[in-house]
Structures are given as structure tokens and as C-alpha cells.
Design a protein around this ligand. Sequence first.
Ligand SMILES: CC(C)(COP(=O)(O)OP(=O)(O)OC[C@H]1O[C@@H](n2cnc3c(N)ncnc32)[C@H](O)[C@@H]1OP(=O)(O)O)[C@@H](O)C(=O)NCCC(=O)NCCS
Length: 432
Amino acid sequence: MSLSSSGRRAVVIAGLRTPFAKAGTLLRTATAAELARHCTRELLYRTELAGDQVDEVIYGQVISSPLLPNVAREISLLPQFPRTIPAYTLNRACASGAQAVSNAADQIRAGHADVIIAGGVETLSDIPILHSRKFSQILMAANRAKSLPERLGIFAQARPRDLKPVAPGIAEPSTGESMGESAEKMAKENGISRESQDEYALMSHQRAAAATASGRFLNEIAPWFGGKHLDEVLTSDNTIRGDSSLEALAKLRPVFDRKYGSVTAGNSSPLTDGAASVLLMSEERARSLGYQPQVAIRSYAVAAVDPGWQLLMGPAYAVPKVLRRAGLTLAQMGLVEIHEAFAAQVLSNVQAWSSVAWADRLGLPGPVGEVDWSRTNVLGGSIALGHPFAATGARIITTLAGEMVRRDVEFGLISICAQGGMGYAMVLERVG
Ligand SMILES: CC(C)(COP(=O)(O)OP(=O)(O)OC[C@H]1O[C@@H](n2cnc3c(N)ncnc32)[C@H](O)[C@@H]1OP(=O)(O)O)[C@@H](O)C(=O)NCCC(=O)NCCS
């Protein structure tokens, strides 16, 4: 199933990310290009790969700067690379990093490339703040004016409301509903209690804190040196709250429905800055360059639901789709990684996977299956580790591949919900 007709398959050689930081904290002055270049440069060093071996760079970014629309090309212009490596940036919302890896795998399978760096970056500390359409038009007209009086006359057309800055919201363009409001709606419609959301969030933090304390992420994180004198050092994610408790979580007020809601800052993923890169190769090239291929991409799938319905329910569709493509079942997955946008979204989707009614709705012979939490998000997830939108997929692929090797597991599953009602899923397999 994993091989193309040409017998080529893409293997994950290694991945590396910046530490993830709550937006507005240690990475607040870094640009997307700096973060992405930092972890990619370090990935090259750690894998001892010569830059001229790389055929392409594919990166994801959800909220990009109009001044830097193709961050992938800024990466492929690192001094470690020749100037001739093509690069493009894509946007599949929160699944962008995973989509970049999928596109890389497709290119490798097709025989168009042998070595690709794929990943994603997000700097929510550096979102583009725009002028209103009316004020932009005034500025453009003023620029064309032939005299000072004409220019002043054009500026005089501006009203105070035209000067109000326009910032991108984390909301669905087609409905205006924010991701948090959608999570709130899903909690209510699917009967996900506040207690179960808080318990889930606590598990995410406790697992992430334990994994970090054990040093498990050291080979996946390139420490960041910030501040004027490079003396603000970040070696792990500053979003993890190992000291959280059910009592503390229970005290937090709902954010998106203050009166009747259950989604809080504690059971949501935080707004985060960070970047993550993954090095992929064809199995043959990996071996010829002296790498030991251990994990390959077996299949991936994307699905979409009506964004006006339950916006973050895409994985309920994408996961059965990818399992069918892989010719495998949920029970065969030794490890599962679910992106945690909100606890309510994770719990809604896993409830759907185990439900007969959902199986009927999807035309499946039976439910996808029960999630075994001893094999799922074993090192915590986005609620604790943070969620720099486009970087998350690349983080998950790196962590899952590493953990599959560590635990000697044959198959691993990834599930990601994304804006636009999309769901993304991938199956990784061990290389024999
Ligand atoms: C939910 C959200 C609005 C909260 O933002 P915020 O108010 O900046 O969050 P903070 O980290 O300051 O937390 C608010 C409070 O909760 C507390 N808190 C947060 N997590 C906690 C935890 N696990 N345990 C205990 N307390 C916690 C904080 O200490 C803080 O308390 P304080 O006000 O006394 O300082 C923001 O994280 C968000 O928008 N998340 C969703 C992002 C999103 O939509 N992603 C897209 C996914 S598809």
C-alpha cells in the first residue's frame, strides 16, 4: 500500500523544531523566516546533510506576512544551500505542516525528488495588521496625486472609522464563527462536559511535562537564543503547565460563551509561535547517503465538512479514509497522535470514531474503534505543547516517528482538525 507503482516510498529521516512559545513571549521579536531558518539550519547540522543534496523546500504558513509571502524560499536561500533549490509555501490551515510533508512524499514517490525539507512556521506575535479597504484606496490615490493640494484633498476624504486597523481573526471567513466558538458548539452538541475537557487538558500537561523533564524532546528541539545579548535561552516549550490541577482548571471562566460555556484558556491550545522542519528522502537515496531509514509515510487523507456545522469534526471523516487507504484498522495503530486544538474537539472526534451512529452516517460497516489513551498522545499534545498553526503537523510527524522507533511500534496514526471544516490524517509505518 505504501509503495508507488515505481516502488518508491518516502522515509522520515529526522525532524527538528524551535521550542514553542506562547505568543508575545520569548519568540515575540523573531520573524517567521528566522524561526524557520533556525530549525532548518540546525536540522542540516544534526543530520550532517550537505545543503546541495536537497531538491526542494516545502513549507506551510497560515497567517503569512504580505512582505514575506513565500517563507519556504527564504529557507532555501540559507547560506548552507545553493541558490538553486526551488521552494514554495502552502496553506492548509492547521494541517499545513503535515500537508507540506505529504506533498514532499508525493514528489518523492513520483520520482521528482529524492531529498526534501518540509515543515511549517507560525508567528502569532507578528500578525499582519492591515488598513481598511477604504483607507488603502485613499493611500493609493494619494500616491498618484500630482500636487500637494490634490493629495491633501484625497486625505481629507478619510473618516476616523477608516483608520481602524484590520487584523486577521481566528475565525471562519464563511461563517464568522471563531475556532473557540466552534469548539463550544461541539461541546454542547456532542455532550462533552467541562469536567472531561479539564481532565483531558490536565493529562496533556502532565504528559508533556513528564516527557520534557525526561529529556525526550531534546533531539527534536533546537534551543533558541533570544534577547539583545542572546542571553534569553529557551530549550523547551514555555506553554507547558506541569503544576496545573483539576481545581485550578475548574476555576477558569469560559472564554467563548461566558454564560453557558465550558471552553476555557485551560482546555484550549494557546496562541503560539514556533517552527518545525522534517527531512524526507527516498528510501534508496537515504541508504546511499548512509542514513538508516526507520519510518516511512504509508498514506494520508484529507476530508472536509460544512464549516457552518461542527467546524472541527473533519478528523471523524479523514481518519476512516486514511485507514481504508492504508488497508489497516485503528486497532493496528501502535501509537496515535491527535492534534489538540481544544479538548472539546478531541473528545468529539474520538466519540465519533467509536460510535455506531457515526459509522452509519459515514457508510462504514462499523465504528472506527475506541481510542486507547495509553497509546494516544503519550507525550502530551497541542494544549500543553502549544500550537503554532502550520508547525504543528511537522512537530507531530517528528515526535510520532521518533516514538515509533523508541517503542518499536509498526504503525502510527496522525489526526489533525483544520480551519475550513477540514480534517487531515496520516499513517506512518516502520521500515523493515
Ligand atoms: C483561549 C485563549 C483566548 C486564552 O488566551 P489568554 O487569555 O491569553 O490565556 P492565558 O494563558 O493568559 O490564560 C488565562 C488564565 O488562565 C490561566 N490558565 C491557563 N491555562 C491554565 C492551566 N492549564 N491551569 C491553570 N490555569 C491556567 C492562566 O494562568 C491565566 O490566569 P490569569 O488570568 O490569572 O493570569 C487563547 O489561548 C486562544 O484563543 N486559544 C485558542 C486558539 C485557537 O483558536 N486555535 C485554533 C485552533 S484550530
